[in-house]
Design a binder for this molecule. Structure first.
Ligand SMILES: *Cc1c(COP(=O)(O)O)cnc(C)c1O
Length: 373
């Protein structure tokens, strides 16, 4: 049983085939159609389609004016792209520990990490659970910081005040890799309030061309971060049934929640609270502290089920340790969660019988697992 599996149907085939038959595979009409449909769905004025979530994060931090030497406060419990995008521009990611319940950056820790060199905040809505944006926006306003949101895992999530995650007015980035709530194979989208930011990202994703310039004339440094029309057509088809796909993810999460309740020491994803609603992306449990995780992964594998430690702490990755001298003990909440976390198979078409197989296997493995403490 795989960890993730995209839901692809006839509509996806149809829209992709139309693009293939049109022979306009890139820079055609599907990109702006996808952007407009995505922006409308989330309730944001502008959207810019890009080749990946990582590319979107890179262009978003450039748009808000990141500069070499800046410090950016962000979460160590994330996919590495949210921190790498800061490094691309010669700036420094400064980590702040996470909240033990939500696993998102802790606003108090973030406030303590802000220094005179800090210019921005880059919160991540990890596992689709909304970060505490009101508190972080308060911090940004008080200290004059820009904000870019990594919403790559949070499509479908909603804040307590009713705003979709990613639609609060800060540049926000979504990712469309094959395991995400909506996929274009590879791809991403930046949601934007500002017309200037939209124009800059449109240009920088296309080698720095201004929209009114002739072919191959460039007025700034750019990249090739475009998303093909083939991918955008796939995205349009996926967007049409996003509600259905999100509902199926919610169904699977509820089944897991019931079947795994009451196992001593096992922590499940936090339930929604305070009006915040998770956009279900993965189902990650934190194993009991007595359990050795590698043995658990092996036990599940021998029963035909893929699981994965998810996610490792960014500051403890070898590149980050070597470059910045990070060591264990700096962010205890993040490190405890990262040591214990295990992603279970999770996708819209997972059946009740399959969930039962996974949870049955996990119960067996946890009983048999060797004790480390
Ligand atoms: C998926 C993801 C990204 C973007 O990944 P790409 O593979 O570049 O699309 C960025 N941040 C987080 C937290 C993610 O989960």
């Amino acid at each position: 049983m795989p960890l993730a599996r995209p839901m692809i149907g006839e509509r996806e085939e149809q829209l992709v085939l139309e693009v293939l038959r049109s022979r306009r595979l890139s820079l055609g009409p599907r990109a702006s159609a996808f952007e407009q449909a995505f922006a409308a769905r989330l309730g944001a004025p502008h959207a810019a389609a890009v080749s990946s979530g990582t590319a979107g994060l890179h262009l978003a931090v450039r748009a808000v004016g990141i500069e070499a030497g800046d410090e950016v406060v962000t979460s160590p419990f994330s996919f590495v792209a949210s921190s790498n995008c800061v490094l691309y521009e010669g700036a420094r990611p400064v980590f702040a520990d996470i909240d033990a319940r939500t696993l998102d950056i802790d606003p108090q820790a973030a406030a303590a990490a802000v220094s005179d060199r800090t210019t921005g905040l880059l919160p991540v809505h990890i596992f689709g659970y909304p970060a505490d944006m009101p508190a972080l926006e308060g911090l940004a306003a008080k200290r004059g910081l820009w904000m870019v949101e990594d919403a790559c895992e949070a499509l479908g999530a909603v804040h307590g005040d009713g705003a979709a995650v990613g639609a609060r007015g800060n540049p926000s980035v979504f990712g469309f890799y094959a395991n995400k709530q909506l996929t274009t194979g590879e791809g991403g989208m930046v949601l934007l309030d500002s017309e200037q930011h939209k124009a800059r990202i449109d240009s920088e994703r296309n080698q720095g061309r201004a929209p009114d310039m002739g072919w191959l004339d460039h007025d700034r440094l750019g990249f090739n971060y475009r998303l093909s029309d083939v991918a955008c057509a796939l995205g349009l088809a996926q967007l049409e049934r996003l509600d259905e796909m999100l509902a199926e993810r919610g169904r699977v999460a509820a089944l897991y929640g019931e079947a795994l309740a009451g196992i001593e020491g096992l922590t499940l994803p936090c339930p929604d609270a305070g009006g915040d609603r998770r956009g279900w992306f993965v189902y990650v449990v934190q194993l009991p502290r007595r359990v050795e995780r590698d043995a658990c992964v092996e036990g599940m594998r021998s029963r035909g089920i893929d699981t994965k430690p998810y996610l490792p702490a960014i500051h403890l990755m070898s590149f980050y340790r070597e470059r910045f001298g990070h060591r264990e003990g700096e962010f205890p909440v993040c490190e405890d969660v990262a040591r214990r976390s295990l992603a279970l198979p999770f996708f819209p078409e997972l059946s009740e019988a399959q969930v039962d197989r996974v949870t049955g296997a996990l119960r067996e493995v946890l009983r048999c697992g060797p004790s480390v403490r």
